[in-house]
Design a protein around this ligand. Structure first.
Ligand code: 5AD
Ligand code: SF4
Length: 430
C-alpha cells in the first residue's frame, strides 16, 4: 500500500538537502510525497536551531500536531535536524506524540527505524550519535534509480560540520566536527546530476573554504579551490555556486577561480556578522574588519562585477552604539547586494549565552530595523545598476507575472517570455 510522506523543512540549505535525501530514502520504502500534512502517514519536521525564533517555530508546529496524532493514532511523527540533535530524548519528554528523533548524521537510518516501529519491535526510535570519523554516504549514487531530478538546480554536499566555534553558534554541536567528502564521490555525483539534466550545482558545506583541510578523506588533501576547478570541469555543467564561506579562509586561489572559471557564478556569500573589531573578537571570528575589507577588495579585483551578500547579527552581547555604527559603516563601504540580518539570540551550550551585557530587545529591534532599511535602499540602487542591461538568466519556473529566473549574480528576475520556455533554459533578458 502506498504511504504518504510530508516533510517540513526549517533552516538552511543543508537541511533542504537532507530533506531531499530522506524523501529519496523513503521513496524506496514506498512513500510518496503528500502536499498536506493532513494527508500524510508520516510527517517529518526537519528542524533548525540556529536562532531561538527558528526553534520556537518548530516547537509550536510540533505542538499543534498533537491533535492530529490524537485523531489519527496511526500517524508517525519524526523530528530530524539540529533541534533533534540538540535536544535528543528531551523531545519525547516534552512532546510524547513524537515517534522518531533522528540526528544530523543519522538520516540514513530512517527506513530501519520506521520498520522497527511498524513491526512493533519498539515504541519509539532515537538515533542522535555524532561521530568525528563519520563518512558522508554517497547518497546520490545509492539512490540514483529512485531519483530522476525534477529541478534544474541541485545541491551537492561536500563537507559537513564546523570547527570554528563562533561564540554565538550552535552548529559545531548540532552538526559535529568538520568532515570532508571524498573528491571522487563529489565529482561522480555532480556528473550524474548533469547527465540527468541538472544545469546548476551548488556545492554545500557549513564552511566550504576549509574543505579538505580537516579530516580529509582523500589520498592527498585537495583544497576547496582545486575541488571547485574540478567540479567546474564536469562536462555540460552550466552553472556552479557554493555556500557558505568563512572570510579568514578565503584564499587568493579561490578568488582566482572567479576570474578563470566561466561557469562559476559571479556571486559570493561572505558572512561578516559585525563591523566592529571588538565585537568580532568576542564573537570569536578569526578576522578583523580590515581583513574582511581587504578580502572584498581583492575579490573584486579578480571579478569586478561579483555580487556580494552577507549575514549580520545585531545586538551581540556588549554591542555598543559605536560598535553598531561600525556595522552600518561597513555596509556603506561594501554596499552588499543583499544581506540576511538577525537579532542576536542566546543558544544552548554556546559561549555567548553566558556573556554579560545582553542588549535590550528593543534596542536590538531598532538596530535591525535601521540596518535592514539601509540595506533595502542599497539593494535597490544595486538592482538599478542592471537597468537596460542584457543579462543571462536561467529559467526556474512560472510566476504570476510570467517567467521567473535567476541571474548568475543570484538575482531573481521576473519577465515575460514564450510559453515554450522550460526550467533550465538559459537565455538573455534585458
Ligand atoms: N543569534 C542570531 N543570529 C545567529 N546566527 C547564528 N547564530 C546566531 C545567534 N545565536 C546567524 C549568523 C549566521 C546565520 C546563519 O545565522 O548570521 O551566519
Ligand atoms: Fe539551522 Fe545551522 Fe542546523 Fe542549518 S546547520 S539547520 S542553519 S542550525
Amino acid at each position: 500500500m502506498t504511504k504518504h510522506l510530508h516533510i517540513k523543512t526549517f533552516g538552511c540549505q543543508m537541511n533542504e538537502r537532507d530533506s531531499e535525501i530522506m524523501e529519496q530514502l523513503l521513496a524506496q520504502c514506498g512513500y510518496v510525497p503528500a502536499a498536506e500534512a493532513a494527508e500524510a502517514d508520516l510527517i517529518i519536521l526537519n528542524t533548525c536551531s540556529i536562532r531561538a525564533k527558528a526553534e520556537q517555530k518548530f516547537f509550536s508546529l510540533l505542538g499543534s500536531l498533537r491533535q492530529e496524532k490524537r485523531r489519527r493514532p496511526g500517524l508517525r511523527i519524526a523530528v530530524a535536524g539540529c533541534v533533534a540533535q540538540q535536544e535528543g530524548e528531551r523531545i519525547f519528554e516534552r512532546m510524547p506524540h513524537v515517534d522518531i528523533v533522528i540526528g544530523t548524521q543519522q538520516i540514513w537510518r530512517l527506513p530501519d527505524m520506521l520498520q522497527r516501529l511498524e513491526r512493533k519491535e519498539s515504541r519509539r526510535e532515537i538515533a542522535c550519535g555524532l561521530d568525528k570519523h563519520f563518512v558522508i554516504p554517497p547518497f546520490q549514487k545509492l539512490l540514483r534509480k529512485a531519483d530522476a531530478p525534477q529541478s534544474c538546480r541541485k545541491f551537492v554536499t561536500i563537507m559537513q560540520g564546523c570547527d570554528n566555534w563562533c561564540a554565538y553558534c550552535v552548529v559545531p554541536s548540532t552538526r559535529g566536527r568538520e568532515i570532508s567528502r571524498l573528491v571522487a564521490d563529489i565529482l561522480e555525483e555532480a556528473a550524474l546530476l548533469v547527465s540527468q539534466g541538472v544545469q546548476e550545482i551548488t556545492l554545500l558545506g557549513q564552511n566550504v573554504n576549509s574543505y579538505g583541510t580537516t579530516n580529509p578523506v582523500a589520498e592527498r588533501p585537495v583544497s576547496f579551490a582545486e575541488l571547485l576547478r574540478m567540479t567546474a570541469a564536469v562536462p555540460g555543467l552550466r552553472r556552479l555556486r557554493f555556500t557558505t564561506s568563512n572570510p579568514q579562509d578565503l584564499s587568493i586561489e579561490l578568488m582566482q577561480c572567479f576570474r578563470d572559471l566561466p561557469n562559476l557564478c559571479p556571486h559570493f556569500h561572505l558572512p561578516v556578522q559585525a563591523g566592529s573589531n571588538a565585537v568580532l573578537r568576542r564573537m570569536h571570528r578569526k578576522y578583523t574588519r580590515e581583513l574582511y575589507l581587504d578580502k572584498v577588495a581583492e575579490l573584486r579585483s579578480f571579478c569586478p562585477n561579483i555580487a556580494l551578500s552577507t549575514d549580520v547579527i545585531v545586538g551581540f552581547p556588549g554591542e555598543t552604539e559605536e560598535d553598531f555604527e561600525q556595522t552600518m559603516s561597513l555596509l556603506e563601504t561594501v554596499r552588499f547586494h543583499g544581506s540576511f540580518s538577525f537579532k542576536y539570540s542566546d543558544r544552548p551550550g554556546t559561549r555567548s549565552a553566558d556573556f554579560p551585557d545582553k542588549v535590550d530587545e528593543q534596542v536590538k529591534s531598532q538596530r535591525l530595523e535601521r540596518f535592514q532599511a539601509r540595506q533595502d535602499e542599497i539593494s535597490l540602487e544595486r538592482n538599478q545598476e542592471f537597468l537596460g542591461k542584457s543579462v543571462e538568466v536561467m529559467v526556474e519556473g512560472r510566476s504570476e507575472s510570467g517567467v521567473q529566473g535567476r541571474t548568475g549574480s543570484n538575482h531573481i528576475v521576473h519577465f515575460t517570455g514564450p510559453d515554450a520556455l522550460q526550467p533550465g533554459d538559459i537565455i538573455m533578458v534585458t
